[in-house]
Ligand binder design. Sequence first.
Ligand code: ATP
Ligand code: MG
Length: 342
Amino acid sequence: VLKASLRAKELIRQILAISRSTEEQQRIPIDISSIIKEALKLLRSSLPSSIEMRQKIRKSVALADPTQIHQVLMNLCTNAAHAMGDKGILEVRLSPVDLSESDLAGQAIFNLKPGAYLRLTVSDTGSGIDAKTMERIFDPYFTTKEVGKGSGLGLAVINGIVKRHEGAITVQSVPGKGTTFSIYFPRLDSRPEATMQVEDPPQRGSERILLVDDEPALMEMATSILERLGYKVTGQTDSVTALEVFRSSPDEFDLVITDYTMPNLTGMDLAKEVRRIRPDIRIMLCTGFSEKITPDHMKELGVGLLMKPYGMREISEAIRKTLDARKGGCFGEGNQKGPDCR
Ligand SMILES: Nc1ncnc2c1ncn2[C@@H]1O[C@H](COP(=O)(O)OP(=O)(O)OP(=O)(O)O)[C@@H](O)[C@H]1O
Ligand SMILES: [Mg+2]
């Protein structure tokens, strides 16, 4: 469940990255076969058991973003499963291929240079794709599925990912018989370096925190994380009440952590009010995504920024950064300055 949630977080990041057309990817030398196998295990449990799954996976290393490769396979297999309904054969193969000048000669769609590649193929025995549909399958938002069933983004996302990996896609389909998608990625013949990542334990602290999030489940989760790290936490789900709590005893807190989007009093408004009461108070804003707030913007306002969803590591690091910052204590409004402002 945790793995799936983290992948979902990555998926959203990916969609945002595409729509903002910035390239956010982490390409590392990896053995693609391990990602494919993991994804297939996940798929097996979600596909009807009347769909037979076959796999022929050879170890193949590429310079790739693991999350994106996972996503390519999930999107292809989901399409294949949809095309088959509840009966058919889904076959996934991964193998190294060497493409020579003459292999590529007749293939106009291959914009590839001759060289070492790995080929990922996903075949189904489903409905197939007719010529007219074929012309549009990679278009964003093109779908033949009914409203609510498909967004038409699956293949568009795959196309973007494959392009950024300097790869190529081909499709063969016979209407009524089935479809095969083949994806080529440049291969690395050296082994991936075994990178051991030893993570430091999360940073602890004992400061007093006023935590505000209008979502009770999130407020409770963050409270329990912070208490485990040693902090003394007062949790609030209503920002107006939170402000009253702060107003009645402003010196009881070292840090205010607040959600950004909240009814009545937003996180930004709460931050401003709290600063008016105590100019030197440290503040951290949490947000999922907003065009309006950027890390630079936050710096200017002298408040810390924490992107949602966060885990223990992210929140503990953000807290230490905000609390230990020497110059971050000023809120750029009027002449009010905290003691740490020089
Ligand atoms: N394996 C397949 N067999 C038959 N048709 C397919 C297959 N893969 C894709 N298609 C066709 O291509 C269209 C676009 O696919 P794409 O994955 O981009 O969007 P979608 O599956 O309709 O929606 P989404 O993936 O966003 O849920 C599909 O609606 C379908 O008509
Ligand atoms: Mg799809």
